[in-house]
Write a protein that binds this ligand. Structure first.
Ligand code: PLP
Ligand code: COI
Length: 340
């Protein structure tokens, strides 16, 4: 089977289940990072007492490379993702990798694997990951002084199966995660959202759970939440309780340039339900891009959002973002970096 065929076939498979054949790997021991190398993707050998298995010392990033209209491959806002990655490492008391090292690992790996970057609407998802490998089950209250840093790549299509369709969310008033860890991109947050998300899917057929602890909107298990209209974007203001999305930030900048009023503030569930009568709602994230919300389930009642379809303003915002990412519109914000 040709390489192009393998990459195109990957887009028909569930998001993030096909991987490029190479990865970048570096290790931290005795207070220093080893230089990274690029090697075949293969399983790691790890001691069963490794810190990550017991005490969840793990963080990751999710970013994308896009094949441009002219065939070149560019990475989107790598610097912002590296900054967040380093903040996550610090918060988990893991050795903090140098920004230059992570940048080089991503760029050199993607340059070697550029053939794995699909054409639009596909993209090459990049997953830098950092885990604590110190073999010590006694270190429950101590950091892992040994670590493994790796980057893997996955050619991807849509995150939500079924393509561009309106999403259904359950509004859940229970806490998703420890408030101080919300802005850390760590596996535990996804584990914390899993049970509620699975139960909601089984019971209501929802795509995601929109967490709204104490009746105020936070985010979903894998994306930020935006309310969008012709003249406004309203979203929760940044605080430590949720992930500060790079896509959220990009959309707010694009929206402001389109002339929309940007409101970053608290949103109550009551306000959301009123907004949903006429306005649009959407989920933003690297994987999700910008997914339109068609309906909300809240306290056993289903509420249609806007027309119930993928909203026009949401579609406009998504196109504006995607056009920059794939080089169809000018990158006036300086978000792209050419890799290959
Ligand atoms: N919130 C959560 C919990 C996420 O997993 C993601 C996805 O990465 C986001 C928000 C959106 O972040 P970003 O736009 O940087 O991908
Ligand atoms: C992303 O959008 O990059 C995410 O991390 C969400 C998901 C794949 C867990």
């Amino acid at each position: 089977m040709s390489m192009t065929q393998t990459v195109e076939d990957a887009l028909k498979k569930p998001f993030g289940t096909v991987y490029a054949d190479k990865m970048a790997v570096a290790r931290y021991k005795d207070g220093v990072w080893t230089p990274f190398d690029i090697q075949e993707v293969k399983p790691f050998e790890m001691h069963p007492a490794a810190h990550v298995f017991h005490y969840s010392s793990t963080c990751f990033e999710g970013l994308k490379c896009h094949r441009q209209v002219d065939g070149s491959v560019h990475v989107f806002r790598l610097d912002r993702h590296i900054e967040r990655f380093r903040n996550s490492a610090e918060r988990l008391c893991l050795p903090i990798p140098d920004a230059d090292q992570v940048d080089a690992m991503v760029c050199e790996l993607v340059a070697e694997c550029a053939d794995w970057a699909p054409v639009f609407p596909g993209s090459l998802y990049v997953r830098p990951t950092l885990i604590g490998t110190l073999p010590s089950i006694g270190a429950a209250a101590g950091p892992s002084t040994e670590a493994l840093l790796f980057v893997i790549l996955s050619p991807v299509g849509d995150y939500f199966s079924g393509g561009l369709r309106p999403l259904k969310l359950l509004v859940e008033e229970k806490m998703r995660t420890a408030p101080t860890l919300g802005m850390v991109k760590t596996g535990g947050n996804y584990a914390a959202a899993l049970y509620a998300t699975r139960k909601a899917r089984e019971k209501y057929g929802t795509d995601q759970v929109l967490f709204a602890p104490d009746g105020f909107i936070q985010e979903t298990g894998a994306a930020n939440f935006l309310m969008i209209s012709e003249d406004r974007i309203v979203t929760k203001a940044l605080d430590p309780s949720f992930l500060h999305g790079v896509t959220r930030d990009s959309l707010l900048k694009i929206g402001a340039r389109m002339g929309k009023e940007i409101e970053e503030r608290e949103i109550s569930v009551d306000e959301l339900l009123t907004w949903a009568k006429t306005g649009e709602c959407a989920l933003s994230g690297t994987a999700a891009v910008l997914g339109g919300v068609g309906s909300l389930v809240y306290r056993e009642e289903t509420y249609t959002v806007g027309t119930g379809d993928y909203g026009d303003e949401t579609a406009k915002m998504r196109s504006a973002l995607v056009d920059i990412q794939r080089g169809k519109a000018e990158d006036t914000f300086g978000w792209l970096k050419r890799i290959s």
